[in-house]
Write a protein that binds this ligand. Structure first.
Ligand SMILES: [Zn+2]
Length: 295
């Protein structure tokens, strides 16, 4: 049989916080386990004093206790008015969403104030049957969220005050959104840096060219200098992705791939042979010294 918390502390139900605290300090000293180490009864009494004090010194918990007394389940009074839990959600984003940022409407499963009892947990004179007396009910609510530009897979966005409502009218926790970004067929990324491969013709590689290359935000000009080789990387400053901090844009790295004509007819084949005679090349001279594995 649990004793009334006011009786445990020996105070009137009208006692102020100061009086409650004084009574607690006095009793706690008297029944402290430090003093009464071998006395199991004193320890039980001490636990009872602690519990009574925790509830009666907390205005929200005390109000709950005054209303329901020991009909409350363990910890329920102390949960009164507490902030709700954070709620986690994961969203899938397209690459385009990352470039400009986006707004989404998410269906969030969370606890919300019980409408049947106005979040009080009481309907008439009894526990609210709709929420079991907790003042909150599980529901799926639409929540509008803004995803900033520059998020990556594994980024976490905190939306304050959109998590679960606390029991008995407590404020909401936060909504924590983890993002997953889909792969793009052309653009790879590392943070705010973007990588892509762009083909150029062998003629452009030899002669140089001014070409248009796709960028996350549109396109940009790239000057391919004469004598460019396949695999060469060009950096286009500020053509990558926006930084998540909102300050600045990363770079775009373009790797060129040289396309070689195939299926030559007899005439063009002879022309290339002629070129070979005009421009003799010995590209593997530097490798000679490694022949046979010798260093
Ligand atoms: Zn209710």
């Amino acid at each position: 049989m649990r004793r009334d918390y006011y009786a445990v502390l020996g105070v009137a139900s009208t006692a102020g916080l100061r009086e409650v605290r004084q009574a607690y300090r006095h009793l706690a000293r008297q029944y402290s386990p430090d003093v009464n180490f071998w006395d199991a009864q004193a320890r039980d009494l001490f636990d009872e004093i602690e519990e009574a004090y925790r509830v009666l010194s907390d205005p929200a918990a005390r109000a709950m206790y005054d209303r329901f007394g020991h009909a409350l389940r363990d910890g329920e009074a102390l949960a009164a008015g507490r902030r709700g839990e954070d709620v986690h959600a994961t969203v899938q984003l397209a690459f385009a969403d990352v470039v400009r940022g986006t707004s989404l409407r998410l269906e969030v499963a969370r606890f919300s104030p019980c409408a049947a009892c106005g979040a009080t947990g009481v309907a008439g004179d009894a526990r609210c049957p709709a929420c079991g007396g907790r003042g909150v009910r599980r529901a799926v609510d639409p929540v509008s969220v803004t995803i900033p530009a520059g998020v990556d897979s594994g980024s976490q966005i905190r939306v304050p005050g959109e998590g679960s409502a606390g029991p008995f009218g407590g404020p909401r926790g936060d909504l924590l959104i983890s993002t997953r970004v889909q792969e793009h067929p052309l653009f790879g990324r590392k943070g705010d840096s973007v990588h892509c491969e762009v083909p150029i013709s062998v003629w452009e590689a030899i002669l140089g060219a001014r070409i248009r290359v796709p960028t996350p935000l549109g396109e940009a000009a790239l000057v391919v200098p004469p004598g460019t080789t396949g695999g060469q990387v060009f950096r286009l400053r500020g053509q990558g992705l926006p930084k998540l901090s909102g300050e600045g844009i990363g770079d775009l790295y373009v790797t060129v791939r040289v396309e070689i004509p195939t299926g030559l007819d007899a005439r063009t084949h002879d022309l290339v042979r002629e070129l070979e005679r005009l421009i003799p090349l010995a590209p593997r001279t530097a490798l000679e010294r490694y022949r046979g594995g010798a260093a």
